[in-house]
Design a protein around this ligand. Structure first.
Ligand code: CU1
Length: 152
């Protein structure tokens, strides 16, 4: 009897969880600050979104040349290569190498008080894949990175 009621409870919880995931999340709102931090360590989006939008607000006061932030989305395994290429491309390129095929999406670099966004098709992501979002300003991704969880 006890195990039967546990099973019913587990089924109910599963039902609730799938209900929660029913509405796909297509917008991520991130904040970056003067302490070189994003406010999120994890964000979830759905590969079924026709369009995924990443919004970044720089809540600090420092200039883009000193404490600039952007958001780059890529497979986690590509982060280091994107950062290296971005550093070579320099500030004028927004620390993202032009035409870098490893970059799934990237915003421009902004300074304190500014905000920016980028959009891309959800079909560029695979559900269950290993993706990250990070800031490609030199040195920032050590702290400014998070996991982009992709659902169906
Ligand atoms: Cu940054």
């Amino acid at each position: 009897m006890k195990s039967a009621s546990k099973a019913v409870l587990a089924l109910a919880l599963l039902g609730a969880a799938s209900f929660v995931h029913a509405a796909p999340n297509c917008v991520v709102k991130l904040k970056g600050n003067d302490a070189m931090q994003f406010d999120l360590k994890t964000a979830t989006v759905s590969a079924s979104c026709p369009k995924i939008t990443i919004e970044l607000t720089h809540t600090g006061k420092m200039a883009a040349q000193v404490m600039g932030h952007n958001v780059v989305v890529s497979q986690t395994a590509d982060m280091a290569a994107i950062n290296t290429a971005g550093m070579k491309a320099g500030a004028a390129a927004g620390y993202v190498a032009k035409g870098d095929a490893k970059v799934i999406a990237a915003t421009p670099v902004i300074g304190g008080g500014a905000s920016t966004r980028t959009s891309f098709a959800g079909s560029k992501l695979k559900a269950g894949g290993d993706y990250s979002f990070f800031c490609s300003f030199p040195g920032h991704s050590a702290l400014m990175k998070g996991t982009l969880v992709v659902t169906k």
